[in-house]
Design a protein around this ligand. Structure first.
Ligand SMILES: CC1=C(CCC(=O)O)c2cc3nc(cc4[nH]c(cc5[nH]c(cc1n2)c(C)c5CCC(=O)O)c(CCC(=O)O)c4C)C(CCC(=O)O)=C3C
Ligand SMILES: [Fe+2]
Length: 425
């Protein structure tokens, strides 16, 4: 998280897992020099993925939804083992992990993220039931209990063989897309279910109306709240909307979408955020209010370029531009988890105060009814094989791919791991 340098040297990465962690559900990444299985058939992948359509428009009789979360600790004793899982393969010593642990320790060692996913699971189940759709929701995390392995064991015990995954992550990048797909492949290998269970994944949903709607409400409401508190504020000259997302290494950003589409600075990752932010401002009736895309939660060595500007630096510059108030929009996040609570509600709001700015933080989608309904719609478009032209997308960039493109969201730092729901490799 913010300002914590967790970078490891290349030498660290060559060894498997220097922390010696006995983690479940994940395997250390192989060294970057591992042979790349170009064109290989990946067990458990959609048969169609091997040939390569961008969208799957044949109906598929999925028998369960796999809700794939990040996972988080739920007590002080979980914190370091959780952080070892997250940083597995990067050889980071426990003393350095303790720096990040500080954020979790502050909240009693518990991240709210698991409870938020329990609530999302319940909300999805209620939405499915209200539409008469008989699809169980299995929940598994990448980094904490219940792990993806547990969810697959549960699927197998119930006789489910065709899973459609929803990852709790809306945009394209290694951390928000491919890492989930690699962990699906790992979990099938770990559980020996690669020949039995197939896992497909819904498209990245950054521009799906269900994901966008809560932010539109939030921005509209945020400006109203600021003006209510200070009626002299003129939103067009005095307020700035900061759309905040997770910073990622610039090398990851450059690889976040198909290279041939030329997304410009920050790759598909930044382009998706910029496009959604524009839609949000327009739909909130705030197109004439100034806004910018900013980044948070950077880690890694200072020598490694990550996407900028940092939200705190951006806030510090606002008074000189004549701004008196700021609306902070966690556009890159689906729930109010630790990165939102600590890096925005704790740090960014404090920075705003230090610079004499009034500030509000907009909610994340969480279990907003539009978001929950949107996720069910994303599953149904795969169940029904909905034609691409009928799939909702609020930006020109989407509807994003059902089947990730070759090399999409590749990680050039941590080495190759096989991934599902994409064209190999
Ligand atoms: C793009 C992105 C998302 C959004 C998409 C998505 O939601 O998936 C996200 C979400 C999250 N990240 C989270 C936590 C952490 N992320 C870390 C590290 C990193 N994240 C990265 C990127 C992202 N992360 C990157 C590039 C790294 C460096 C590692 C590397 O080099 O690849 C570390 C290690 C310490 C550190 O490095 O700061 C922790 C503890 C939590 C859980 C919060 C909770 O517990 O409530 C959540 C939801
Ligand atoms: Fe992260």
């Amino acid at each position: 998280m913010a300002a914590v340098n967790l970078g490891s040297s290349g030498a660290d990465r060559q060894g498997a897992d220097a922390t010696g962690t006995a983690h479940r559900g994940r395997k250390p990444a192989p060294a970057a020099s591992a042979p790349c299985a170009v064109g290989a058939i990946v067990p458990g992948a959609t048969p169609a993925a091997q040939g390569g359509p961008e969208h799957v428009t044949e109906p598929v009789a999925y028998d369960a939804i796999l809700l794939a979360g990040f996972g988080g600790p739920e007590g002080q004793d979980d914190v370091i083992p959780f952080l070892r899982n997250v940083t597995s393969g990067r050889g980071i010593p426990d003393e350095r992990l303790e720096e990040v642990a500080h954020h979790y320790r502050h909240f009693g060692g518990t991240s709210p993220i698991n409870e938020q996913n329990r609530q999302l699971k319940a909300a999805l189940e209620a939405e499915l039931a209200s539409r008469g759709i008989d699809l169980p929701v299995l929940w598994g995390n990448r980094n904490w209990d219940p792990y993806l392995n547990d969810a697959l064991a549960e699927a197998n015990a119930a006789g489910h063989t065709k899973l459609i995954a929803i990852a709790t992550s809306a945009y394209s990048s290694y951390s928000s897309c491919r890492q989930y797909r690699e962990d699906f492949a790992d979990a099938l290998a770990d559980t020996d279910l690669g020949d039995v269970i197939r896992i497909d994944k819904v498209r990245q949903f950054f521009d799906h109306p269900g994901f966008v709607a809560p932010f539109v409400e939030g921005v509209r409401d945020g400006i109203v709240r600021l003006v209510a508190a200070d009626p002299a504020l003129n939103p067009v000259t005095d307020v700035e909307v900061l759309f905040a997302t997770h910073s990622i290494p610039s090398t990851d950003a450059a690889k976040s979408g198909p290279a041939e589409r030329g997304f410009g600075e920050g790759g598909a990752y930044a382009a998706q955020h910029r496009a959604v932010a524009e839609v949000v401002m327009r739909e909130a009736g705030a197109s004439d209010v100034p806004w910018q895309l900013v980044y948070q939660s950077r880690s890694g060595p200072p020598s490694m370029p990550w996407l900028e500007p940092d939200i705190n630096d951006a806030i510090a510059e606002l008074p000189a531009a004549g701004r008196k108030a700021v609306v902070i929009v966690p556009l890159g996040f689906v729930s109010d988890h630790m990165e939102v609570l600590w890096d925005l509600d704790n740090e960014a709001l404090e920075t705003a105060g230090e610079h004499g700015l009034a500030a509000v933080r907009v909610p994340t989608p969480g279990t907003h009814p539009a978001y929950v309904a949107g996720l069910v719609d994303l599953v149904l478009e795969r169940v029904n094989g909905t034609p691409v032209a009928e799939r909702p997308a609020k930006t020109e960039l989407g509807p994003w791919y059902d089947v990730c493109r070759p090399g999409c969201c590749e990680n050039v730092r941590l080495g190759f791991r096989p991934a599902l729901a994409g064209i190999a490799p």
